[in-house]
Structures are given as structure tokens and as C-alpha cells.
Design a protein around this ligand. Structure first.
Ligand SMILES: NC(=O)c1ccc[n+]([C@@H]2O[C@H](COP(=O)([O-])OP(=O)(O)OC[C@H]3O[C@@H](n4cnc5c(N)ncnc54)[C@H](O)[C@@H]3O)[C@@H](O)[C@H]2O)c1
Length: 377
């Protein structure tokens, strides 16, 4: 079951770690630590194997993949000996990560993206292609009347103005080309009624949003604990310090606001009320590809006794994200093959801000994921 993985942001840290990791796993150079589809409960013949994945993508930068991998080794994300071993594969993949197309109108740009996807699928004889958005986080999209209905959207895209943010234009092109779409970022992506219509029309599934890899992962375990013990969370504040390309991009106010909103959503959804407090994100270049998150939770127990909990998370974001990217591709391709269309809420386990009406606690999300895989088999 040869399966295409089309990485939007194909030269970024998460994309390069995913490609180098897949090559290393295939060659038996590393263990699949962090890949949840390798756990016995999710092991299924319905999922494409890691050896079946074929990579391509788009990016707005042209830095060679080998240089990006060396930089990730210098930053402590990838082991240096592993980067040396996978260099020939990365050199071969370089031609598959193409410059992001730009047409005179957004309709033209979408047609160029779809043509790249068709060409990729044909040349590699792929059964299915999953587009995975791992590009820089965007600002929240400006509302437009064409977002509400597909006929309005088709028409508006032929005009001079930009109607869709890049993540949504990529989703539009993926659905047009019959590909599924997964958004690992908090950007708008497929979350527009017109794009939901297009996905149903083309019979393709999609999933998102915003990979849950660190602080929010811990929140999604702890928040249900407070709820189940009927403890009242009064405030939950988080400070996230990170470097890397993601950190530099999130230093801008608009992407920062989109990310912070995505990170805080789990609390209201799980607790049933919004405690006081915010999540702050700060760029610290010196942290490189690593992140430190510190959370302080104040809560009250029996007879109103005040208490507090704090935790610190030191994570390497790309090393946490890459195995989930591989998991999501395998699961989404299998769901597509099984005839699933539209949003895949059973993949909520992977996301900070999941699509659909889904439980926000990690344990309940795990049960839904196991159920999905059993159904696919
Ligand atoms: N690493 C994690 O744990 C994690 C968790 C959740 C979400 N994310 C999200 O994943 C994304 C990628 O993170 P990263 O650390 O790899 O960032 P990065 O800055 O290293 O990579 C982003 C890449 O996207 C490219 N890009 C920007 N605009 C583009 C466009 N219009 N078309 C194609 N490519 C474009 C950039 O050139 C860059 O190569 C970010 O949005 C981040 O918020 C990461």
C-alpha cells in the first residue's frame, strides 16, 4: 500500500525530522519510540507500513534537506551518526520538496499545487496521498462570505483578492486532487464550511488541529483528573519558552494569539468552565529546538481549602512531533482506504484543538483511537 506524504513546510524542523526518522526506522537504525501506531493495541494490517511511505512536499525556502538535517543534529534533535547515514536518502528527497507554487490568482495557485500532487502520485504509483500541514503557524483567517459555501468559494478564488489563508488553499488543492489533509498546526486549514463541503464531494477524510506534543498533552491528562475528583480549578497559567523556527514565527503577535488560544481550549472543554489564567508563549533563541513550559494550577478542595500544583516540561518539539506525523499519515491513509469521508474525530488523541464533538481527556481519546483502528481492520 504505497502511500504519499506531502509535507507543506517540507524543509522545516518537524518535516525534516519526520523524513530522516522514517528513513532511519526503515533501515533499522533507530527504534520507533514515540510512534503510537507501533504499540500492540494499534498494530493493524489496515495501516500502511513505514516502508510504504513516500515523501514529497512544498516549501517557500530552498535550504537543502541535508543542511537542515545537519542543523538539527547540531541542535541536538537528531543524532549526528544517523544524519550521516541518511544523507543519500535526503539528497534524493530534495527534488521532491518543491517550491511553493504561486499563480496570478488563488485558483491558479491551487491548480498548480494539485498538479504537483497528481504528478507525485503518478510518478510513484501511490494508492493514496496524505497532505500534512507542518508549515509556519498563520494568523487567524479574516472572515469572508465565500468561506460559507463551495460555489461562492470556487468563484471568489478566481478573483484578484486573497480569499483563503495558505493552509486553507492547500486543503482546497488537496481535496481537489482527491488527497486527504491533516493539519498539525493551529492554522485555519480545512476548518471552513466550504472546504468541508468539498471534502464530502470528493470523498476524502481530514483531521486536525495542532499537534498535542508537550504542555497541552500534560494538560489533557491532568484536567480530567481534577474534574473526576471534583476539585475546583481556580486558575491555570502557563509560560512557554521556545526557540527554533516555530519560536521565531510565534514571536509575532497574530500567530502567537492563534497558538495560545489553541493551547487553552482543552481546559474549558474538559472542566466545563474556564479557569482564570492564560498561556503565554515567548521566543528565546538560545533554547534552539527545545522548549520549556512551566504551568501553575491553583485549585480548591473540600471546605474550600486552597492548594496548588506546578509542573515543568522540557521537550524537544520536533522529536515529539515527528513520530505523530508518521502515525497520522498511516491512520488517515487507512481511513481514506476504508471509505471514510469528512472529519476524523477519532484522531483527537493527537491534537490540541480537535475537530468535531469529541472528549478532551487523553484516556477517552485513546479509547476512540483504538476503536477507529479496530474498525479499519
Ligand atoms: N513541534 C511540535 O511539537 C509542534 C506541535 C504542534 C504544532 N506544531 C506546528 O508545526 C509547524 C512546524 O513547526 P516547525 O518547528 O517545523 O517550524 P519550522 O519553522 O521549522 O518550519 C516551518 C516551515 O514552513 C515553511 N513555510 C512557511 N510558509 C509556508 C507556505 N506558505 N508554504 C509552504 N511552506 C511554508 C517554512 O519555510 C519552514 O520551512 C508549526 O506551525 C508549529 O506550530 C509543532
Amino acid at each position: 500500500m504505497r502511500t504519499g506524504v506531502w509535507l507543506v513546510g517540507g524543509r522545516g524542523s518537524v518535516a525534516v525530522t519526520s523524513m530522516a526518522g522514517a528513513v532511519a526506522l526503515r533501515a533499522g537504525l533507530a527504534e520507533p519510540t514515540g510512534c503510537v501506531t507501533e504499540l500492540p493495541q494499534l498494530h493493524s494490517p489496515a495501516l500502511p507500513g513505514l516502508a510504504d511511505l513516500v515523501f514529497g512536499g512544498h516549501d517557500v525556502i530552498a535550504t537543502p534537506l541535508s543542511k537542515r538535517a545537519e542543523a538539527l543534529a547540531d541542535a541536538g534533535v537528531l543524532p549526528g551518526r544517523l544524519v550521516t547515514a541518511v544523507q543519500p536518502d535526503l539528497a534524493a528527497l530534495d527534488a521532491e520538496v518543491r517550491p511553493a507554487p504561486r499563480g496570478a490568482t488563488q485558483a491558479e495557485t491551487a491548480a498548480l499545487i494539485a498538479a504537483d500532487l497528481d504528478d507525485f502520485r503518478r510518478r510513484h504509483e501511490l494508492g493514496r496521498v496524505v497532505m500534512m500541514n507542518v508549515a509556519s503557524t498563520e494568523a487567524a483567517a479574516a472572515p469572508h462570505e465565500a468561506h460559507a459555501a463551495l460555489d461562492l468559494l470556487h468563484k471568489a478564488l478566481r478573483g484578484d483578492a486573497a480569499v483563503l489563508p495558505p493552509s486553507s488553499l492547500y486543503a482546497y488543492a488537496a481535496f481537489t486532487a482527491g488527497c486527504s489533509y491533516v493539519d498539525f498546526t493551529p492554522s485555519t486549514g480545512a476548518r471552513l464550511p466550504a472546504l468541508a463541503q468539498l471534502a464530502y464531494e470528493r470523498g476524502v477524510p481530514y483531521a486536525g488541529h495542532d499537534g498535542k506534543t508537550g504542555e497541552t498533552l500534560v494538560k489533557s491528562v491532568l484536567a480530567p483528573m481534577f474534574a473526576m475528583r471534583n476539585l475546583h480549578v481556580r486558575s491555570w497559567s502557563g509560560a512557554n519558552l521556545l526557540g527554533g523556527g516555530d519560536g521565531a514565527n510565534l514571536a509575532q503577535p497574530a500567530p502567537n494569539a492563534a497558538k495560545a488560544a489553541s493551547k487553552q481550549r482543552v481546559l474549558a472543554e474538559t472542566l466545563g468552565y474556564q479557569p482564570q489564567g492564560d498561556t503565554r508563549i515567548e521566543y528565546v533563541a538560545d533554547l534552539g529546538e527545545f522548549k520549556t513550559a512551566w504551568d501553575l494550577v491553583t485549585f480548591t478542595g473540600f471546605l474550600g481549602t486552597p492548594m496548588r500544583l506546578d509542573f515543568t516540561w522540557h521537550g524537544c518539539d520536533s522529536a515529539l512531533a515527528a513520530p505523530l506525523v508518521l502515525d497520522l499519515v498511516r491512520l488517515t491513509a487507512a481511513a481514506h482506504r476504508a471509505g471514510r469521508t469528512g472529519p476524523l474525530p477519532e484522531l483527537a488523541f493527537f491534537f490540541k484543538d480537535p475537530l468535531g464533538d469529541v472528549p478532551h481527556g487523553l484516556a477517552a481519546q485513546w479509547d476512540a483511537l483504538v476503536g477507529l483502528v479496530e474498525g479499519l481492520a
